[in-house]
Ligand binder design. Structure first.
Ligand code: PEP
Ligand code: MG
Length: 842
């Protein structure tokens, strides 16, 4: 296209008064203007608007006389990208525009041939690579020399069939055009869109006078920042390179010196104390006026500092928390702003050990990041081996095709868990999150060879006993031992969450099954237990056998005898839970899983059980076959067990009531909440409620003690959601079990969906894994219907969510809008939920 759109080239010299806005010129231009307004020594800079850059990308070749005329004749220039958001990237900076044969001769005269050669060569290299798009390898040289420069210029001419451009205006125009077009490229577009940029997001460009950095030793370039980027602690870090230029001069340069106390020799502070002091002042000004920890790019020429650029210091989550809290404590930002500056999900990085981001990362395989945190250990393939390893004090990583309740003890013993199958709500994932054990599921690229105790990763074959690291935060499997960062539950974390609690208006409870879970939940300041999955209490060694005896009981009296042995165990569980929670509400869900889950699944296990029960093996096998179901998750489980085998719920209710009385006698107070799982009909609730009320009456009479309790239901089937109105007549609260509800609404198995979920998400069939992020359209509609019908029939109905979604910020927003009273999630997600809930009020 000809120069038709010439007038569209809108550029402004950045002065304190120039009209520069984020939406028109991008963050870098805006930031530079702020630096100018703070009276920092910023070299002359011109900003091109998004509109101008768009026109350039579309083919307008502007006459740059006006723009170039703003700078001194012969001035070398740099161009940097300026998108609306720093995270959206942009093409790399191009420096030293204007270098040509004439400038080469001048600089040779003023600064010597070596300096001039290095400058010209680096510009030819950058231009060839980024503008002419030639192979960078062709222009790579080990040591700049006049001969290498000449060769580079010749190569350029040969490839492009024209001499290296000498007109600075043409050079600049070509640089601008190539940067503008790079922004429009497909991969750049996809990358920024993944970070939240809209399809129309624009790019601004910033043209700046190069401020020295070459020549005599008293010139150089560097970057400085005032915090340590991993911890956020105040600390001056950065590098300075004498005779260097740009960030590259310091980033990969072993000769670049430290800014203070360089043990290898002089530091910037010693070399140029006044320059150093003015940088420290500029940093403090940035912090106070830009209200952020900035990294400043600078040059020093004859002891004088120029500030070329400033960007937000890249930091990890723990540093982000500390910086936000410190800025608020210093009165620079408000507490609300501090709360908004931390991404809730990022908090989980502070709660667990993490692979140190500064170390190398060789990823062997990937899976679904099911439970955050990282762990290193020796590979084991069975729960028994995991337990043996733990008893030797050797951390291990338990690798299974998928886990089943039988693996609980192995999971307890392991430092991390890795499964080939499964999704976000499969057994391994739920238990991993509950225990705070790092876990990766659905690592479909792995092949487990159980016979030879080997793990095939595609690239490598690992054997039992080999060390691996799993990063459950990123879903990555790494070979060997990785450097780790320890959890950071420090004063900054606590302070931020205390501020969150002062604001939020929806409760946060924890899903906690064991005393250990409950202690963690209290540590994270959960306001109670929203879901205690009592079946997890039966997997302990001594109980499992009694449980199995109960399952194998042929007669009512035999079953009653086994339950009588389970009763004191359950009672002491509840006494312990109630004591730990010190009067906070505890919601106990009655027994839920199919009984078959408690039986051994291997012949060896069945043989051991036959021995333990003193029954023939054939009978154990027969009984086990009888209990097997085609679709156990849709079979005899939840309230259906409560209706058909009422003695189990009666035992549990008695244990809860007796524990309540025991706590009362110790001077404590608890109003237990009893929750019935998987209901789908009002009549189920009526039947169970009648029996539980009868147990309560009996216990009151027997013990001569009064107590209160609340009875409610889990809404986990679509029918329960639709019939919530009538069900609420018998329920004081409803807690949405969105794991099962998602499974049943989609007709999608929570244990099998992981196999194809990533394809579905990639193909855009589902925007996200609905077991991970609540499907607000479908499952969400059922939640809204149930909430509305339930509350219409019982105004005081307490509403909550206790599926895994309860800890996700998006679901919390949905539940809050729907008027829920609280969310309940794994203990380790409680801090995330507290922050997310607070952000919703701001
Ligand atoms: C649910 O289904 O959402 C739930 C909390 O119960 P579970 O995960 O134990 O089935
Ligand atoms: Mg459920």
């Amino acid at each position: 296209m000809a120069n038709r759109n010439l007038n569209l080239l809108d550029y402004s010299e950045i002065t304190g008064a120039a009209p520069i806005a984020l939406r028109t010129h991008g963050w870098r231009a805006k930031c530079l203007q702020r630096l100018v307004r703070l009276d920092m020594p910023v070299p002359k800079t011109v900003a091109l608007s998004f509109e101008a850059v768009r026109a350039i990308a579309a083919g307008s070749m502007p006459d740059l006389s006006g723009l170039v005329g703003r700078f001194d004749a012969g001035q070398l220039l740099s161009v940097r990208p300026s998108a609306e958001n720093t995270d959206w990237g942009g093409p790399g900076a191009v420096l030293n525009i204007g270098m040509n044969n004439a400038r080469y001769a001048d600089i040779t005269e003023t600064h010597g041939e070596k300096v001039a050669t290095a400058l010209y060569l680096s510009f030819v290299q950058a231009y060839a690579q980024h503008v002419a798009r030639l192979d960078p390898d062709m222009f790579a040289v080990s040591e700049p020399s006049p001969r290498a420069l000449e060769a580079a210029l010749d190569d350029y001419e040969k490839e492009m069939e024209e001499p290296f451009p000498q007109d600075p205006k043409k050079q600049l125009a070509e640089v601008l055009r190539s940067m503008a077009r790079a922004w429009e490229g497909t991969s750049a577009r996809l990358l920024r869109q993944a970070k939240g940029a809209s399809a129309e997001a624009g790019l601004g460009l910033v043209v700046q006078a190069m401020a020295g950095g070459y020549g005599a030793p008293e010139t150089g370039a560097g970057v400085i920042q005032f915090i340590e980027p991993v911890t956020g602690a105040p600390q001056i870090t950065g590098r300075y390179a004498e005779r260097g230029q740009g960030r590259e001069a310091v980033s990969n340069n072993p000769q670049a010196m430290y800014l203070t106390c360089d043990p290898r020799g002089a530091s910037l502070e010693e070399l140029h104390p006044a320059a150093f002091q003015s940088l420290v002042r500029h940093g403090a000004d940035c912090r106070e006026k830009l209200r952020e920890e900035m990294q400043i790019e600078f040059t020093v020429v004859n002891g004088e500092v120029s500030v070329l650029d400033a960007v937000k210091v890249q930091r990890n989550s723990r540093a982000a928390v500390r910086v936000a809290v410190s800025l608020a404590e210093d009165g620079i930002i408000t507490r609300k702003e501090a709360l908004m500056r931390v991404t809730p999900r990022a908090l989980s990085e502070l709660l667990h050990r993490q692979v140190d981001p500064r170390g190398p990362r060789d990823v062997l395989a990937r899976g679904i990041a099911a439970s955050p945190g990282a762990a290193t250990g020796r590979l084991v393939f069975t729960s028994t081996a995991a337990q043996a390893s733990a008893s030797r004090g050797e951390p291990c990583i338990l690798v299974r095709r998928e886990t089943s309740p039988e693996d609980i003890r192995g999971m307890h013993a392991a430092a991390g868990v890795l499964t080939e199958r499964g999704g976000m709500t499969s057994h391994a994932a739920v238990i991993g999150r509950g225990l705070g054990v790092p876990c990766i599921v659905g690592a479909t690229g792995l092949r487990i060879d159980l016979k030879n105790r080997q793990l095939h990763t595609g690239r490598r074959i690992l054997s039992e006993g080999d060390l691996i690291t799993i990063d459950g935060t990123a879903g990555e499997i790494l070979p060997g031992e990785a450097d780790m960062l320890e959890p950071a539950l420090d004063q900054w974390f606590t302070t931020l969450l205390d501020w969150a609690d002062a604001l939020r208006d929806i409760g946060v409870r924890a899903n906690a099954d064991t005393p250990a879970d409950a202690r963690i939940a209290r540590g994270f300041k959960a306001e109670g237990i929203g879901l205690c999955r009592t079946e997890h209490m039966f997997f302990e060694d001594d109980r499992l056998t009694v449980m199995r005896e109960m399952i194998f009981a042929d007669t009512g009296p035999d079953r009653a005898a086994a339950l009588a042995r389970l009763l004191p165990m359950q009672r002491s569980d509840f006494i312990e839970l109630f004591s730990i929670m010190e009067g906070l509400p505890v919601c106990i869900r009655l027994f839920d899983p199919p009984l078959h889950e408690f039986l051994p699944h291997t012949r060896e296990g069945m043989k051991q059980l036959a021995d333990a029960l003193d029954k023939p093996l054939s009978e154990v096998v027969r009984r086990s076959e009888e209990l097997a179901e085609f679709n156990p998750m849709l079979g005899l489980r939840g309230v259906r067990l409560g209706v058909t085998l009422p003695e189990i719920y009666e035992m549990q209710a008695r244990a809860i009531f007796e524990a309540t009385i025991a706590i009362g006698r110790r001077g404590g107070k608890v109003v237990p909440e009893i929750m019935i799982p998987l209901v789908s009909a009002m009549r189920e609730v009526e039947l169970v409620k009648a029996r539980i009320d009868a147990v309560a009456a009996a216990v009151r009479v027997e013990r001569g003690n009064g107590f209160e309790y609340r009875l409610g239901v889990m809404v986990e089937t679509p029918r329960a959601a639709l019939r919530a109105g009538e069900i609420a007549q018998h329920a004081e609260f409803m807690s949405f079990g969105t794991n099962d509800l998602t499974q049943m609404t989609y007709g999608l198995s929570r244990d099998d969906a992981g196999r194809f979920m990533s394809y579905y998400v990639q193909a855009g069939v589902f925007p996200e894994d609905p077991f991970h992020v609540l499907d607000t359209d479908g499952v969400g509609e059922l939640l809204l219907i149930a909430a509305e019908r339930g509350r219409r029939s019982r105004k005081s109905l307490t509403l909550s969510i206790c599926g895994e979604h309860g800890g996700s910020p998006e679901s919390i927003a949905f539940c809050r809008d729907a008027g829920f009273d609280y969310v309940s999630c794994s203990p380790f997600r409680v801090p995330v939920a507290r922050l997310a809930a607070a952000q919703l009020t701001i």
